[in-house]
Each structure stands twice: as structure tokens, then as C-alpha cells.
Design a protein. Structure first.
Length: 628
């Protein structure tokens, strides 16, 4: 696991001090080692968190021929199989690392080589013979890769934007459309970034820069499959794939453990880790003093069942100081509340291990979120008269104050009615939007509203393309495809990568193994959401491996009591961050509207936590990154 950065300049100019400065920005991604390569205007740098081949895995690393050099971030889990293939073709190796396999695979198979890789990765290969730079990112988007095309010719790239910003001449102008996406969805979707001058390489894509031009193409996507037939056959195939995915991710030359929330996803991973290990698995959990937000008892029960070496902590950190620290770790604003517990459990795990397996991805590929059941219902509640009923119910529910609990009947009904109040044109995303067009008209200044490109997501890229592609799927699989390509890649994976890397911890997600994802999308939609129960197939398949309560207890989610903290621990920070002089100085938002949101939230008349937190995150980010 590493962080990478570099550039390919025209005219040829290699600045070693600049490359070092860029590399220093991502030292947290690789505190164990650093390395550099330069060649006539090309610079590659790698920060290394040593996981496999501790002695000889130094980067950047050259191919056997010496014609290609690679700076690599990630793990390719089938590298031993690929290495055997290359050895059969006459290739010899100097190291035991997967990095060397990847660069030699490129020379053997050309640009098609990336389709053979099974893992999580982002890398840069400089092909000296062809004066070509190849950037690639894994199919799911677990590892990040940003780039900026230089006005005078050339490209600069990095694992994190903060490295790119060290390069002279990179503008820091905010992209108005990206900001609107963030406030609407709480994340910025690829290929956009919050900066107009910087782009994300989308998941499953390769960028080739040569002869002064950048060409981007997609090498992987998921498609409907024929399906495995009977449930028994599907269950056997699923369990085999999951066992293999976990086993491959346990390959490590350093201590390894797992996050354990007590939910079905992380518990399933721990169950299969226990099967593959002769020693107790180390597991880690984080909890909160607010009982409705803490899942520690559930995690403890699973740890006892599988006899893990379990470590748990209750959040007692200085919340305000933590907010500022995490804002600095995010190169773009991210509204996902669960970045707090993700960082804290990563920090706890890092005290004992260097690698942790997680249960990420189960909801997005097997249909675990509540809004999938709501979306299923919405397909039948389509006539305008019926759509009015939830809206009328929502008006009545607004008379009830929000509760301090994470969830509950009133909170769930309010969110359900809010989703129906959103435009039907947004369909799947109606329960994932945090600002309606009417709310934007009140919140945005007229100038920002005109520049933001605000419109239904269906009409905007990248969503327009994904909506078109989703039509190949049936039922809930259509919604799962949309989340796989957007929310999972650009929210969940960003959160997990940045927060774990801030603690110098590598995380691995077996449920997002490429073969497992492809299998999941071959399953019929009625096996995902049956009635109002999500993850029907996954849950049935885990019977006999996990206990009934772990499988079938109501989903809680990995969240924090932010709505309560904004009235207590974070109240002063909210009032300071969203003060009138700061809001007016940037000119994006109407202060009277924000003032009303704050007043209603503090008076407990409405829960505006998502909107207020997103606004805070943007302004905190702006203070750290946009001012230069």
C-alpha cells in the first residue's frame, strides 16, 4: 500500500525538489519508505507502507527489460498466478512483490494487461521506449488517482489532490457544478473534483498520455449474467467465492486483523477469516456513549462466537479537534458522517496491525439499504394522487420534533416522506438527495445558482450515462448498479481510503472482489430485496455460519450522533464556521437561509444535520485548501 505522485512535462524539465515536495504531502500513505525516478521531464515518486516483500519491494520499480518504470499503490491478489504465467513466458524476477508482476505484465500484454488484475490499485507506468505514461485505477475505485492537464503541455498526477497542488500553476478555483453535486449528494462524483483544474480518473479506467494528448478508456464494467440457477447452486458458488476472496486478502507479511461492527457484512468476513487462520483473528470495534449509536454489544457477541482477539473503544476524543484533523485529511469536502468512526477504528487497529479487512460493499451489491425497499415500493406508487399521500404525511410528521436516537419510527417515516417529495425524475436517488431544487433556490445566491448547472441528475454527467446503462438490469439490480458506479466509488471508497490512510492502515474489502461483484449482479433482483427485507440472498446464504440475530437484526449503519453534537460539542464550531461574515465573503450562499437552518436545528424543530454539516465541511475545506 502506497501513495504515488508524479508528472510528465513538455518541454522536458525534471525538478527533483518539486517531486520531493509532492511526495512529502502523502507521507501518511507510506511512512516506511520513499523512492523517486526521473527521466527527461518525467518524474515518479512513491511512498510505501510495506505489506508484501518488505526487503526488496522498493519503488519506483523497473521492468525486467528496464524500459518501463512503475509507481504503484495497492494490492493485486492474484499476482502469484500472474507471476507463474510470466515465468512460463521466460520472464525472471528480482523481488517477491506484486509490483514487479504488474510492470512486467504491461510489457508482455500491452494496455490489455489491466484486465487480468484482481485487486485494488492505482498506478503509473512510464514506458520509456514509447514516451508514454499509463495511469490506471481498479474496477471498483478502492484506490484514488487524480490528475491535472497542464496548460503548456503535460500532466501531473497523485493519489491525493494535496500533492498536485504543490505543482506550480495549478489553479485553485472551485468548480461550481462539483460544489452543487457535493451539496446535493454529500460527495463529488468522478470525473469531477472540487477543483476546476483537477480531475479524478474514474474507477475501471485507464488514462494514456503520449504525444501531448491524454486518452481515457474504460476497461471494466459489470453486466447482467445468466445467473447460477437454483438457490442451492448459487449459495455454494457464493460461499466459495467469499472464502477465496477472504483468503486472498489475508496474504500479508505484516500483522493483519479486521473491523467488526457486529453486522452481517463484517461478521461474514470475520467468520471466513477464522476458518483460514490457525491463530485468533484480531478484531476492532468503535462505539459511542449514545446507546442507539453503539453496536459494541453486537460486535462483542460475534467476537466471542469466533474466538477473536477483540479490541473495542468508546469514542471519547476531542470532537472539535477531530473535525479539524479529518478536514485536513480530505482533499475534497465529504459529508459522510461515518468518516469519524472509520478514522477512529482505523487508528485503534493501527496500534496492533498494518492491514485490516472490512465488510464494505455488502449493501451496494446485495441490496442492504432501506431505500432499496422504498424504491421497490415507489415503482408501484407512481400515479400523482398516490405520490401526494407521503407528502401529506410528511407535513404531519414535521409537527413532531426529531428524536436524539439514530433511527426510530418517526425518523424513518420523515426520511421516507422526504424522498417522495423529491422529483420522480430522480427516481433512485430521491432518498439520497440532501437538497431539493426548491431548497437550492433559497440557499444559493442568484450568481451561484446560475453557475451551478443545477438540474435533475438524470440530465447530468456522469449520471446520464449510468442511468442509460442501468436499463440493461431489472428491478433492484438497476438501483444497485447506479450505487456501484457512484455512491460506492465516490463516497464509501473515498471515506475508507482517506480515513484508513490517515492512520497509515491498509484496508481490504473481500465483498468487493471483482469476481464476487460480477456474481452478485448475475442474481435475480427478487433475491436481493424480498418484500421489505434487504439482502435476502446474502442472509439466507449465511444461515448456519452466523447466528440468527447477527443475520436478521435491523440494519443500523456506521454512523455518529452528529445531529446531537451540533447542539452541544460542535455548536460553537458550527456558529463560527457558518458566521455571516464568512458566508458572505465567499458569495455562494444566502446567510438568512443558513441562519434559519441553524435556528430550527438548535430549537429541535427540524433535523438539518445533513445540510448544516455539508456546509461546514465545505467551508472548513475551503479554509485549508482553496486559499492557497
Amino acid at each position: 500500500m502506497c501513495g504515488i505522485c508524479g508528472f510528465f512535462q513538455t518541454p522536458a524539465n525534471t525538478d527533483a525538489a518539486l517531486l520531493k515536495k509532492m511526495s512529502d504531502q502523502i507521507i501518511h500513505r507510506g511512512p516506511d519508505d520513499e523512492g523517486f525516478f526521473s527521466d527527461a521531464g518525467v518524474g515518479l515518486a512513491a511512498r510505501r507502507l510495506s505489506i508484501i516483500d518488505l526487503a526488496t519491494g522498493h519503488q519506483p520499480l523497473r521492468s525486467r527489460s528496464g524500459d518501463s518504470w512503475i509507481a504503484y499503490n495497492g494490492e493485486v491478489y492474484n499476482f502469484q498466478e500472474l507471476r507463474a504465467d510470466l515465468e512460463g513466458r521466460g520472464c525472471s524476477f528480482r523481488t517477491q512483490s506484486d509490483t514487479e508482476v504488474v510492470v512486467n505484465l504491461y510489457e508482455e500484454y500491452g494496455l490489455e494487461f489491466v484486465k487480468k488484475l484482481r485487486g485494488m490499485f492505482a498506478f503509473a507506468i512510464f514506458d520509456r521506449r514509447n514516451r508514454r505514461l499509463v495511469l490506471a485505477r481498479d474496477p471498483i475505485g478502492k484506490k484514488p488517482l487524480y490528475y491535472s492537464l497542464l496548460a503548456g503541455g503535460g500532466i501531473v498526477f497523485a493519489s491525493e489532490i494535496k500533492s498536485i497542488l504543490q505543482f506550480p500553476g495549478i489553479a485553485r478555483d472551485v468548480d461550481p457544478e462539483a460544489l452543487d453535486f457535493f451539496l446535493t449528494l454529500e460527495y463529488v462524483p468522478a470525473p469531477h473534483s472540487i477543483f476546476r483544474s483537477v480531475r479524478k480518473l474514474p474507477a475501471g479506467h485507464v488514462l494514456v498520455y503520449e504525444q501531448g494528448r491524454a486518452a481515457i478508456h474504460e476497461y471494466w464494467d459489470v453486466h447482467p449474467g445468466a445467473g447460477p440457477g437454483t438457490f442451492a447452486r448459487a449459495r455454494d458458488e457464493f460461499l466459495g467465492l467469499l472464502e477465496e476472496a477472504v483468503r486472498l486478502r489475508m496474504i500479508s507479511d505484516v500483522p493483519l486483523g479486521a473491523f467488526l461492527s457486529g453486522g452481517i457484512d463484517s461478521s461474514a468476513v470475520v467468520a471466513f477469516m477464522a476458518r483460514s487462520s490457525t491463530r485468533p483473528i484480531q478484531t476492532f470495534s468503535i462505539g459511542f456513549e449514545e446507546k442507539s449509536y453503539s453496536e459494541l454489544p453486537h460486535a462483542r457477541r460475534v467476537a466471542e462466537k469466533f474466538k477473536t482477539d477483540h479490541c473495542e473503544r468508546t469514542l471519547t476524543a476531542d470532537i472539535r479537534a477531530l473535525v479539524d484533523r479529518l478536514a485536513r485529511s480530505l482533499d475534497e469536502p465529504l459529508g459522510d458522517f461515518s468518516n469519524f468512526p472509520t478514522y477512529l477504528v482505523s487508528r485503534v487497529a493501527r496500534e496492533k496491525v498494518t492491514v485490516a479487512l472490512s465488510g464494505d460493499g455488502g449493501d451496494e451489491v446485495f441490496g442492504g439499504y432501506e431505500h432499496y425497499a422504498a424504491q421497490k415500493l415507489a415503482r408501484f406508487v407512481d400515479p400523482p394522487l398516490l405520490r401526494c399521500l407521503p407528502a401529506l404525511a410528511g407535513r404531519a410528521l414535521r409537527l413532531l420534533p426529531p428524536t436524539e436516537m439514530k433511527k426510530g419510527a418517526v425518523n424513518r417515516l420523515k426520511r421516507f416522506s422526504e424522498g417522495f417529495a423529491n422529483s420522480p425524475a430522480n427516481r433512485h436517488f430521491r432518498w439520497m438527495l440532501f437538497l431539493t431544487e426548491q431548497q437550492k433556490a433559497r440557499l444559493y445566491t442568484p450568481e451561484f445558482l446560475a453557475r451551478s448547472g443545477s438540474a435533475d441528475l438524470y440530465a447530468r454527467e456522469p449520471f446520464r450515462t449510468f442511468f442509460e446503462r442501468s436499463r440493461q438490469f431489472a428491478g433492484i439490480n438497476r438501483d444497485l448498479y447506479l450505487d456501484l458506479k457512484t455512491y460506492l466509488a465516490d463516497d464509501i471508497m473515498v471515506k475508507v481510503d482517506r480515513m484508513s490512510m490517515a492512520a497509515s492502515l491498509e484496508t481490504r474489502a473481500p465483498l468487493l472482489d471483482r469476481k464476487l461483484v460480477e456474481f452478485a449482479f448475475s442474481l435475480p433482483p427478487q433475491w436481493k430485496v424480498r418484500g421489505n427485507r434487504g439482502k435476502w440472498f446474502f442472509k439466507k446464504a449465511m444461515e448456519g455460519i452466523l447466528d440468527h440475530e447477527t443475520i436478521y437484526r435491523q440494519k443500523e449503519g456506521f454512523s455518529i450522533p452528529i445531529k446531537n453534537w451540533l447542539k452541544t460539542d460542535l455548536k460553537d464550531l458550527m456558529l463560527d464556521t457558518l458566521a455571516k461574515n464568512k458566508i458572505d465573503a465567499l458569495g455562494y450562499f444566502s446567510y438568512p437561509t443558513i441562519e434559519k437552518l441553524i435556528e430550527e436545528h438548535l430549537a429541535n424543530r427540524e433535523n438539518h444535520a445533513h445540510r448544516l454539516w455539508a456546509l461546514m465541511q465545505f467551508h472548513l475545506w475551503h479554509d485549508h485548501f482553496a486559499r492557497g
